[in-house]
Design a protein around this ligand. Structure first.
Ligand code: ATP
Ligand code: MG
Length: 305
């Protein structure tokens, strides 16, 4: 059984004078026991979709099933078994790390203090246990927000931009924590992110959302295969070259210029490298050549167009 099933989900935000269609018929299956990534540009509808799946927001139309239950009819039961953490800190600012976790444990009727202690240990918050939330660094605040999201040992947890605004080493530690929690507890994790590398590192499956529609879905490999371009060749040269020269080249989809560095997006490096290099060499001296497979960011840029 899937952890979440969305069938033709629409969300229309209405106010007195305006109407915003935030989701336009989303169909989605999120498998159990995996980390699933929801990617998309600002305003794509990620938070809206996550809020609906987490029963915090009611869709305008369509059906959402969470853990086999109806998101509207069975919202109360679903909430006991899921949890959510968003990138905007919203814990009780005057309570300490320990008190915050105890407080939320109590809301779930959890009396066993070991659950709080385990989370403090797992999220490396030991030395900050007596520090008030508002005095924590951004990274530690985010650790606490994530720890809280696991307080009821949820079967399914939604993490809306869990590493937003964190510096790279802390973001990496948190990603490792998310992976460890998922592995040890078998939790299904749905996360939204802007960071392609994060999705690439964490997620087994990914859905791209743009303008309220799912535009692509699958494993990283599936997504890369969707595009005809597979490789990129970056050539550094000591002169300017007219990019339009390459527009008629077979198998070259796009050329990007960065100073005297030119990146050619091609269908196959084996097929195209020689012809491109030969043409480039007509214009100047080649100083460096780097060949790479395209990454998720390239896929994203194509889909977000
Ligand atoms: N409460 C609301 N009332 C009206 N419009 C809203 C509301 N919440 C979101 N929207 C609009 O719906 C669209 C989707 O917003 P949403 O926050 O779901 O996007 P997002 O993908 O999470 O973006 P971001 O990456 O910036 O977090 C946007 O155009 C947004 O302006
Ligand atoms: Mg959002």
């Amino acid at each position: 059984m899937d952890a979440v099933k969305c069938d033709d989900v629409w969300m229309i935000y209405r106010s007195l004078f305006s109407k915003k269609v935030a989701l336009k018929g989303v169909n989605l299956r999120i498998p159990k026991g995996e980390i699933f990534g929801l990617l998309g540009p600002n305003g794509a509808g990620k938070t809206t979709l996550v809020s609906i799946m987490a029963t915090l927001l009611r869709q305008t139309r369509g059906k959402v099933e969470v853990l086999g239950m109806d998101s509207v009819r069975d919202a109360k039961e679903i909430r006991k078994r899921i949890n959510i953490a968003s990138g905007n800190p919203n814990l009780i600012w005057s309570l300490t790390v320990y008190e915050n976790l105890r407080y939320y444990a109590m809301l779930y009727g959890i009396r066993d203090r070991r659950i709080v202690e385990d989370l403090i240990r797992d999220f490396e918050l030991e030395e900050f246990r007596k520090v008030e939330f508002n005095k924590l660094s951004t990274g530690n605040k985010q650790k606490l927000i994530l720890a809280r999201a696991f307080i009821n040992d949820p079967e399914l947890v939604f993490l809306d931009e869990p590493t937003k605004g964190l510096d790279p080493p802390i973001a990496r530690r948190l990603r490792e924590k998310i992976v460890a929690m998922q592995r040890d507890r078998g939790t299904t994790v749905v996360l939204t992110t802007h960071y392609m590398s994060e999705a690439e590192m964490l997620c087994k499956k990914i859905a791209f959302i743009n303008h309220g529609e799912i535009v692509a879905e699958g494993t990283k490999e599936d997504l890369k295969k969707m595009l005809k371009m597979r490789d990129k060749i970056t050539i550094e040269i000591d002169a300017e070259i007219p990019e339009q020269k390459f527009q008629s080249f077979e198998g070259v989809f796009m050329v990007e210029k960065d100073g005297n560095s030119y990146t050619f997006y091609v269908d196959s490096v084996e097929k195209r490298l020689w012809d491109i290099a030969k043409e480039v060499a007509n214009h100047g001296r080649i100083k460096n050549v780097v060949v790479r497979e395209i990454d998720l960011e390239d896929v994203f840029n194509e889909l977000a167009k």
